[in-house]
Ligand binder design. Structure first.
Ligand code: ADP
Ligand code: NA
Length: 324
């Protein structure tokens, strides 16, 4: 049994990409490992957030964790900001990180490019992410492609700290989910499906009305060949839809291709729309139940208490080694 840590930013409407790429794995991992699943609100504020929207979105993410099947008796669910040890170790890690290596982070380059003023938090954010992981001695980190460089930096910082102050941090490893877990935009298969895309037609939000979902899928871009075949290089759009189908139906891509052999895209898309709508309906019903029940408050409180307990042990050790 390993210790697993991951999180999702409360920075918009969660999408099918977040579900397939992250939450679906969280649900599996909770049975095999000791899991900590955060709502990373301190990360979200590296770009400006409206306070009321941030609060609402944080509750949404937490409620969706539960609705998706994360069991608070099996995994700790908490808001990053409820565990002050993250920010405290985050500060200490900014003194270990160098300007040059932070400047090389491609996410920083992407998010700051062309901006007149860039929050300093966006720049030092990878030091906070390192703290998030290292404060729990987490070993297995489920991350998407976009976070691999940050995880590599976390390992560098852990090594540097260990070298300077003695063996303190355990080396975290990325947990790479199965192939095809990168879900692309419905309108442009060269970009990942993301809640931060201003075009709502580009993603399926987990809280989208089923009628909206059907419309979005029927309008999703496809090629003109009308052949349901998995070929990400030449047919990226239909391959992406096949990936979503496969993950939601629990069928292999080959099984789905066989099912639609000799058929056009129409029937495939119609079935996919039904599949996704039928998947979302119970998820949304459970979500509404969670929001109405008030159980969220207790779950987040217990999760934060458990997390603080574990994190404080590491923080005490780190501070002692640094001379506090
Ligand atoms: P977003 O990019 O939608 O703002 P986050 O950066 O908060 O999402 O990512 C939260 C988790 O969801 C990460 O583990 C990330 O890898 C995963 N994720 C986000 N978008 C996708 C996608 N399109 N396909 C697969 N996984 C995704
Ligand atoms: Na993101």
């Amino acid at each position: 049994m390993k210790r697993v840590l991951s999180g999702i930013q409360p920075s918009g409407q969660l999408t099918m990409g977040n579900y397939i790429g992250a939450m679906q794995n969280f649900v599996k991992l909770q049975h095999e490992h000791e899991c900590f699943f955060m709502i990373v609100d301190l990360h979200a504020i590296t770009v400006p957030q409206d306070p009321a929207a941030l609060r609402e979105q944080s509750e949404q993410v937490a409620a969706l964790y539960l609705a998706a099947g994360i069991d608070p008796t099996k995994a700790s669910i908490f808001l990053q900001s409820h565990v002050p040890q993250h920010a405290e170790l985050g500060w200490l890690m900014t003194t270990i990180a160098n300007m040059g290596e932070l400047e090389r982070m491609t996410q920083f380059k992407d998010k700051s490019e062309g901006k007149e003023s860039v929050p300093a938090g966006l720049f030092v954010y990878p030091a906070l992410m390192a703290a998030d992981i290292l404060v729990y001695n987490a070993e297995l980190i489920p991350v998407g492609d976009d976070q691999k460089q940050h995880l590599e930096l976390t390992r560098d910082l852990a090594n540097r700290f260990n070298h300077r102050y003695g063996d303190t941090f355990r080396m975290p490893e990325p947990y790479i989910p199965e192939v095809g877990a990168r879900i692309m935009s419905l309108d442009d298969a060269s970009k990942k499906m993301s809640k931060s895309n201003p075009n709502a037609g580009s993603y399926i939000a987990l809280l989208d009305d089923p009628a909206v979902v059907r419309k979005k899928i029927s309008r999703a871009k496809t090629d003109s060949e009308a052949l349901v075949k998995f070929d990400p290089v030449n047919k990226p759009e239909i391959s992406n839809l096949l990936g979503i189908y496969s993950h939601i139906a629990g069928l292999s891509v080959a099984e789905i291709e066989a099912k639609y052999e000799g058929q056009m895209y129409g029937p495939f898309k119609k079935d996919l729309a039904e599949l996704v709508a039928n998947f979302l309906e119970p998820l949304q019903a459970r979500y509404r139940e969670v929001r109405q029940s008030g159980e969220l408050y207790d779950v987040l409180k217990q999760g934060a208490e458990r997390a603080q307990e574990v994190a404080q042990l590491k923080l005490d050790d780190v501070k002692k080694r640094m001379g506090f």
